[in-house]
Ligand binder design. Structure first.
Ligand code: NAD
Length: 514
């Protein structure tokens, strides 16, 4: 969220609340007619096969749209258009300052359509409207503005060779980039790709998740309105094993920028190997440890952050602090305080601006979360809070914030990514044990340490094998810092200037001066 250290919106964001309280979101939802075609070569088109899939709202099971189900034929067409425009230089050869102007216009249009986009996001994936408005839309706008502003301020290099030569090290766009993204933050995850990919001069094919395709389509429409040349930004809604696989196997896609599960990330690397060895950048899952030491002086603050770290966005967060590692002397007090906070996070109508916890994205994800809750019980963890499906009468998919105590590190709820509002609390005595448990994971996305001792904080931050480590906070967020994981949490980093490394090739040019 711009101007704030944290991803979560402040509970007392009164400005926003007063603006949104006066909007009848249900009335607006009833009038909404979402665009549901693919965007290929600047045109809204049906899939070549004519196939469509139902886009269902997890809030009440309502069909929002019948969305074009693109497949290999559509992927071929879109790649051809993207390649053609790239080679022609309509975008790739434009001066960075011109690309910046278009991208800033694009960002302005997103901002101007913020309420519409927020509503689409909430209806499509179930998150509270207050979060779509306070987090997803502004973060998307900021991301686009930041990369737009960056692109005409980057210089290339001259190597320190002998006087007889001039060696230039320049960056060039990699070419045709396919971005495949998940459903938990549909716009933000897409923006983390769209902004650096386009700023660097590439052509883009965006495949949104089949569970949340609507805002991606709308973003591409707004990009065209902003003046992006046709074919530069294409959107291919459809399924992973059809449209996604076709992109990853395509011989003329130069790079895949993927965010999603580790299992899919592995498949994408294989497709790249089977086809043209396209570059693969993977942002995958996590099971992040949040370590709280007994010496941390502000237990309510740590508790609140621990609750937000797992219950924000219904726990559908790659970086969720899903493993709470708490030092034994404060275990009972900390858990009581987290539970107190969690009780205020009652799942509610996502279109009500007061709601803090919305719906789980779909029935399959709901069953997955409930299955993990069952496994926690069966393996002997103590259910300290929640554990139930709620609001079933709405036909929507809602689960209570859930806390398990007495979790053992080998239980499934301590090892596997649940991607729902389920906290697994593990207690420890010595910090070395906590670091050992924290690192004993195939994932390495995020981690946190809470302590008053600066030496302990530094040493622990170094010892934790994670791409992001938080000290005395959780989910601090800004577009200026890289985000991504160690181990099976991924390869490469989103955000910051480092993202340009993924979407540019380094070229060395030798000029003989002898
Ligand atoms: P997913 O892997 O099921 O799907 C992600 C995307 O990949 C979707 O667009 C899907 O259609 C596509 N896909 C699925 N199978 C494919 C295939 N065989 N070939 C090509 N594409 C395919 O993940 P999800 O359920 O949408 O998202 C949840 C996961 O995303 C979690 O594991 C979460 O941790 C992760 N995630 C990671 C980050 C990060 O930055 N590291 C951010 C958000 C989410």
């Amino acid at each position: 969220m711009p101007g704030s250290l944290f991803l979560w919106p402040c509970s007392g964001n009164n400005d926003l609340m007063s603006r949104t309280l006066n909007i009848d979101w249900h009335a607006r939802a009833a009038q909404l007619r979402p665009a549901a075609d693919a965007i290929i070569d600047g045109q809204a088109v049906a899939a070549a096969s004519g196939q469509r899939f139902d886009c269902i709202s997890p809030i009440d099971g309502r069909r929002l749209a019948a969305v074009a189900a693109t497949d290999t034929a559509d992927v071929d067409r879109a790649v051809m258009a993207a390649r053609r425009v790239f080679e022609r230089g309509d975008w790739s050869a434009r001066a960075p300052a011109e690309r910046k102007r278009v991208l800033l216009r694009f960002a302005d249009l997103i901002s101007a359509h913020g309420e519409e986009l927020a509503l689409l996001e909430t209806l499509d994936m179930g998150k509270p409207i207050r979060d779509s408005l306070a987090v997803d839309v502004p973060a998307t706008v900021r991301c686009l503005r930041w990369y737009a502003e960056a692109i005409d301020k980057l210089y290339d290099q001259v190597a320190p060779t002998s006087q007889d030569a001039l060696a230039l090290i320049t960056r060039e766009p990699v070419g045709v980039v396919a971005a495949i993204v998940p459903w938990n933050f549909p716009m933000i995850m897409a923006a983390w790709k769209i902004a650096p990919v386009l700023a660097a001069g590439n052509s883009l094919l965006l495949k949104p998740s089949e569970k949340s395709p609507l805002t991606a389509i709308r973003l591409a429409e707004l990009a065209l309105e902003a003046g992006l040349p046709p074919g530069v930004f294409n959107v291919l809604p459809g399924f992973g094993n059809t449209a996604g696989k076709a992109l990853a196997l395509h011989m003329d896609v130069d790079c895949i920028a993927f965010t999603g599960s580790t299992a899919t990330g592995k498949a994408i690397m294989q497709y790249a190997g089977q086809s043209n060895l396209k570059r693969c950048w993977l942002e995958c899952g996590g099971k992040s440890p949040n370590i709280v030491m007994a010496d941390y002086p502000d237990l309510p603050r740590a508790a609140r952050a621990a609750a937000d770290a797992i219950f924000f966005n219904q726990g559908e967060m790659c970086s969720a602090g899903s493993r709470l590692l708490v030092q034994e002397p404060i275990r009972a007090d900390l858990l009581a305080e987290i539970a107190r906070h969690a009780r205020s996070l009652v799942p509610g109508d996502p279109l009500d601006p007061a709601t803090r916890v919305g719906a789980i994205v779909d029935e399959a994800q709901l069953q997955r979360v409930l299955g993990y809750i069952d496994s926690g019980r069966e393996q002997g963890a103590r259910l300290a809070l929640g554990g139930q499906r709620v609001r079933e009468d709405t036909q929507g998919f809602f689960v209570e914030p859930t806390i398990f105590d007495a979790v053992q590190p080998d239980m499934r709820i301590a090892r596997e990514e649940i991607f729902g509002p389920v906290l697994s609390a593990i207690s420890f005595d010595r910090l070395e044990d906590a670091v050992g448990i924290g690192n004993d994971s195939s994932y390495g996305l995020a981690a946190a340490i809470w302590t008053r001792d600066i030496t302990v904080a530094h040493r622990t931050a170094r010892a934790l094998r994670a791409g992001v480590v938080y000290v005395n906070c959780y989910d601090a967020d800004d577009i200026t810092v890289p985000f991504g994981g160690y181990k099976q949490s991924g390869i490469g980093r989103d955000k910051s200037l480092h993202a340009f490394d993924k979407y540019t090739e380094l070229k060395t040019t030798w000029i003989d001066l002898s």
